[in-house]
Ligand binder design. Structure first.
Ligand code: ATP
Ligand code: LTN
Length: 330
């Protein structure tokens, strides 16, 4: 039996990771690698819920794998793989679809948001997205799922599906717990601090990507939407823009909100924004160096993918076999 607790998480290859993805999830993925048995997937099947060009998707998923490793995911310690390389995800997803109610899926806020953004492509995959996510997690008998705050509801659905299935068929799945950071779980858009920073935002000034140059980072922070009070203090209601920048600064420097307030007492927003920009650029610099090296070593990335798929497949098949036996398909 495994002695370490198990972690599973994934991100979609829908664009270069943002600072939100990094601070909300990726940093925890890296930190948890020693204490847990970690499995991290590039969830390429999930990204089919929006339209992609084949050539671009192929490149983006390889790039995302390189970003995982550049951020500090160690393929010697953790299993890293492409979701589509392990067919058990699609297979379990179908079984779980037949054990999930329309009603519980229609309550998800992400579906409602995506529907309002992609009016021309409201496909069934968008609606059943959380079921595939539940399959991802449950296949690996996962204990903990490190994600940002926006995934809480999806995780709740995964827990409900698992609980119901266990109730019908005996103990098949472990019930997973979310793992959400205290600071950085919800980084907001730099252009609209009331909505979350998202890598598929149309306005590239709204987000910082892991691969933005230092000049771009400084410029984006300089242009970040704030209020006119000119006092650096945390107040989510009245000052969502400044509060978001304070959370980012706290998250990359390890300082607390009170220290930050004192540090910028009597100083203008210009100084504060420049300090945030510099701290972020500094955090991302080594990641970018490592990313560029990795993207020049494609064979190495291919090897990691291949090994990851084998390891993941072994674990996933065990759970799928158990499910098939319980429901009468084996
Ligand atoms: P998309 O814009 O394509 O929907 P996304 O930027 O929301 O993508 P995902 O791939 O859906 O990113 O999410 C990957 C992980 O990053 C998830 O764990 C999610 O909770 C986390 N995350 C995404 N955006 C933020 C954010 N703004 N703040 C904190 N965590 C975030
Ligand atoms: N829905 C997640 C991505 C995702 C995921 C998962 C996260 C797909 N499968 C399993 C954790 C565990 C998102 O971040 N949008």
């Amino acid at each position: 039996m495994q002695d370490k607790k198990r972690i599973f998480s994934g991100m979609q290859p829908t664009g270069v990771l943002t600072l939100g993805n990094y601070l909300g999830a990726m940093r925890n993925w890296v930190a948890l690698q020693d204490e847990y048995e970690c499995i991290y997937s590039v969830v390429d099947l999930h990204s089919l819920t929006v339209r992609n060009e084949a050539k671009e998707l192929r490149e983006r998923r390889l790039s995302l794998l390189a970003q995982y490793i550049a951020c500090g995911i160690n393929p010697e310690k953790s299993i890293v793989f492409m979701q589509s390389h392990v067919s058990a995800h699609a297979e379990l997803s179908w079984v779980l679809n037949c054990n999930t109610y329309m009603g519980e899926l229609s309550r998800q806020t992400q579906f409602k948001e995506k529907v309002s953004k992609h009016k021309d492509n409201i496909n069934a995959g968008l609606f059943t997205y959380p079921v595939l996510m539940a399959a991802d997690i449950l296949l690996y008998q996962t204990d903990l799922v490190p994600v940002g705050d926006d995934q809480k509801q999806h995780l709740e659905i995964a827990r409900d599906i698992a609980g119901r299935f266990n109730g019908l068929y005996g103990n098949v799945f472990k019930i997973p717990e979310p793992y959400i950071p205290k600071v950085g779980a919800r980084i907001m858009s730099l252009q609209d601090p009331t909505s979350k920073m998202s890598k598929s935002d149309e306005n590239s000034n709204a987000y910082i990507t892991l691969l933005d140059s230092p000049e771009t980072i400084l410029r984006k922070f300089k242009r970040a939407v704030t209020d006119s009070e000119a006092v650096v203090r945390y107040d989510l209601e009245e000052k969502p823009g400044i509060s978001n920048l304070m959370s980012i600064y706290a998250s990359v420097t390890g300082k607390n909100l009170d220290d930050i307030r004192q540090e910028f007492e009597g100083k203008g927003y210009g100084d504060f924004k420049a300090a945030v920009g510099e701290a972020v650029a500094e955090t991302l610099r080594p990641i970018q160096e490592s990313y560029n090296e990795l993207m020049a070593a494609r064979d190495y990335l291919q090897d990691i993918m291949k090994k990851g798929a084998e390891d993941a497949n072994r674990i996933a098949r065990r759970t799928l076999g158990k499910v098939y036996r319980k429901i009468g398909l084996q």
